[in-house]
Write a protein that binds this ligand. Structure first.
Ligand code: ATP
Ligand code: MG
Length: 226
């Protein structure tokens, strides 16, 4: 593995429904440490599947995928990998409704050895950085869409992951809030040198990343430098 690359994927394949659906049909991709990349392509082309493979939420059928020095096809216990290396931001921010903002952000830390006091300190610091210091005791149901998405970003960052995977992080938001969330992700990427990979349908969003990867029918059709 090239030292500069945090992700190396070769001939990766994933099918569903006993091979009928070729969600990923031979993906080859290298991503450098600290890079920002957008993934674009039509609905059903395999974008989320690719992201889920990188985050080890699901396993590929064939090929190789190495992320942050871990061979994801060989390694069986990937819980530490997910906990330490990956911050996931989903489209529908799946926050836990009966927990407060502060508690939601702390959930990824519960399985670590970090003390309760440290957990709270970290969550508070990150919530301040996404401008939600005044909402920490609020429940997610009382927040706006953009505020919820900022909580989801804070939660994805609380472990100091080396890679942020964002699956249409701004898809459910109005265009002004989209820009705020996107700039926030890009700022964090720059300041903390975190690798950022985001799936998006919006071309102006995609163009803000250093490279755009166009996926069609489970294959990479084009990689463009922005
Ligand atoms: N768990 C699953 N079981 C069966 N088929 C699936 C599953 N997940 C995805 N697929 C299929 O795999 C293909 C790729 O899906 P994927 O979710 O990766 O697309 P996508 O590019 O993220 O689309 P969208 O832009 O709509 O989110 C699609 O044909 C989809 O129907
Ligand atoms: Mg998707």
């Amino acid at each position: 593995m090239n030292n500069e690359n945090i992700i190396e994927i070769k001939d990766l394949k994933k099918t569903y429904e006993n091979g009928v659906i070729k969600a990923l049909d031979g993906i080859n991709l290298e991503i450098k440490k600290g890079e920002s990349v957008s993934i674009i392509g039509p609905s059903g082309s395999g974008k989320s599947t690719l992201l889920n493979m990188i985050g080890a939420l699901d396993k590929a059928d064939e090929g190789s995928i190495n992320v942050a020095g871990i061979d994801l096809m060989q390694e069986n216990d990937l819980s530490d990998f997910r906990l330490n290396e990956i911050g996931f931001v989903f489209q529908l921010h799946n926050l836990i409704p009966n927990l407060t903002v502060l508690e939601n952000v702390q959930t990824p830390l519960i399985e670590t050895v970090i003390s309760n006091k440290k957990m709270e300190e970290r969550a508070l610091k990150i919530l301040k950085s996404v401008n939600l210091a005044d909402k920490i005791n609020q429940k997610p149901t009382k927040l706006s869409g953009g505020e919820r998405q900022r909580v989801a970003i804070a939660r994805a960052l609380v472990n100091h992951p080396s890679i942020i995977l964002a699956d249409e992080p701004t898809g459910a938001l109005d265009s002004k809030t989209q820009d705020v969330i996107l700039d926030l992700l890009l700022d964090i990427h720059k300041q903390e040198n975190v690798t950022l990979i985001m799936v998006t349908h919006e071309h102006d969003v995609a163009n803000k990343a250093e490279r755009s990867i166009y996926v069609l029918d489970g294959k990479i059709k084009e990689i463009k430098k922005n």
